[in-house]
Design a protein around this ligand. Structure first.
Ligand code: COI
Length: 364
């Protein structure tokens, strides 16, 4: 059900974007407790159009369906990218967005790779700020809950010739959410299918990267695994990333994560934040190629202590099993110390319980 817009156009501050407010908030109809990821959306959304080489028609309006033509270019050839960001409330009830500039930069890196126009800061960041401010009552004030922010852009040419589109739509929608992966996960190390190859679009947050993963993840699920850990295209030997997350291994007193040099891995903002937190905690962090054989050898020697994934949606997610061919590495996550400490540190920063020494929280 969608709420009709009031006819009143309001400006929420000096250089503000025009806002049409929903006549009635849907918030009272929804419980913000243990809310599933990506199922509910707030009262408003942001929309902007790229037409004739410039961004125009920037506006915030009630969340509503789009009317599209069947020839819409994005549907046919996949010029479609997105980001994932989260907003939190601190103890005083003030709203903050976690590292939005990092996602803004990555969004435009994805745009360049997909031959799409860059979105300017005043639309991406300021638009997001104003949208979150308007719908800040939707930020759940509960542990492991947040407001997930989904900026995205897609080609809107009504034309099925294969060429970069000339027109695009940029949008931001907001979705209150609880934990993405509620329990520690079982991961299948993939040695047949590939997510990304050097020279491809692995480093871009392109919709097609996720579409291409569905079949493979479904196959892993049939075998009782939650997600796939992708490996390199040449030898299926070097691990890359898991479904919606980057991956870390605690080996002895070192945290190891695959490096980004082959451009097959998404440069996660949570990944970067966790590396900083690990440094703050005094652990050595190594970004390097990570062969599966090295992980198995470390496991067999009892040195592979903890394995976890990081992502905006997933935050920090524990991994209780890794299967590669006939080897299953199992972990007793109850005994872990490092991963829970990282998660707690990140949560504390996001919820404003400790000082934000790295300047990650952007006040709305
Ligand atoms: C995110 O963490 O924002 C992601 O991209 C995962 C999403 C596809 C659910």
């Amino acid at each position: 059900m969608f709420i009709c817009a009031s006819k009143i156009q309001i400006m929420i501050e000096a250089h503000a974007i025009p806002v049409t407010k929903a006549e009635r908030s849907r918030l009272p109809d929804i419980s913000l407790e243990n809310i599933p990821f990506g199922k509910y959306f707030t009262d408003h959304m942001l929309e902007a159009d790229f037409v004739n080489g410039e961004w125009k028609n920037v506006e915030i309006k009630p969340y509503q369906p789009l009317v599209i033509n069947p020839s819409l270019a994005a549907i046919h050839y996949g010029q479609s990218i997105f980001e994932g960001i989260k907003a939190y409330k601190n103890q005083a009830g003030e709203a903050f967005i976690f590292r939005p500039y990092d996602n803004f930069k990555r969004f435009n890196i994805s745009a360049e790779r997909m031959q799409m126009p860059a979105v300017p800061e005043d639309i991406f960041i300021e638009g997001m700020r104003q949208l979150v401010e308007l719908d800040k009552n939707w930020i759940p004030a509960r542990k492991d809950h947040s407001l997930y922010i989904r900026p995205f852009m897609f080609a809107t040419d009504e034309m099925i010739g294969v060429r970069p589109a000339e027109t695009y739509k940029f949008m931001i929608i907001l979705s209150p959410t609880g934990p993405y992966y509620a329990a520690p996960m079982k991961i299948y190390v993939e040695e047949k299918y590939t997510r990304a190859a050097p020279g491809g679009i692995g480093y871009a947050k392109a919709a097609g990267n996720y579409g291409a993963s569905m079949f493979v993840t479904a196959e892993a699920k049939k075998q009782g695994y939650d997600q796939v850990l992708w490996t390199d295209v040449h030898e299926h030997k070097y691990v890359q990333e898991i479904g919606t997350m980057n991956v870390f291994f605690i080996i002895g007193d070192t945290a190891v994560t695959p490096d980004l040099s082959s451009q097959t891995i998404l440069a996660g903002v949570t990944r970067a934040s966790v590396m900083t937190i690990l440094n703050d905690m005094g652990l050595r962090v190594e970004e390097k190629p990570v062969p599966i054989d090295m992980l198995i050898a470390a496991y067999q020697k009892g040195q592979l202590r903890e394995v976890f994934g990081t992502g905006t949606a997933a935050t920090v997610s524990l991994i209780r099993a890794l299967k590669y061919k006939d080897t299953v590495m199992q972990f007793d996550t109850e005994q872990w110390t490092v991963t829970p400490a990282i998660k707690e540190r990140l949560d504390a920063i996001r919820e404003g319980r400790v000082e934000d020494i790295h300047g990650w929280m952007f006040k709305v």
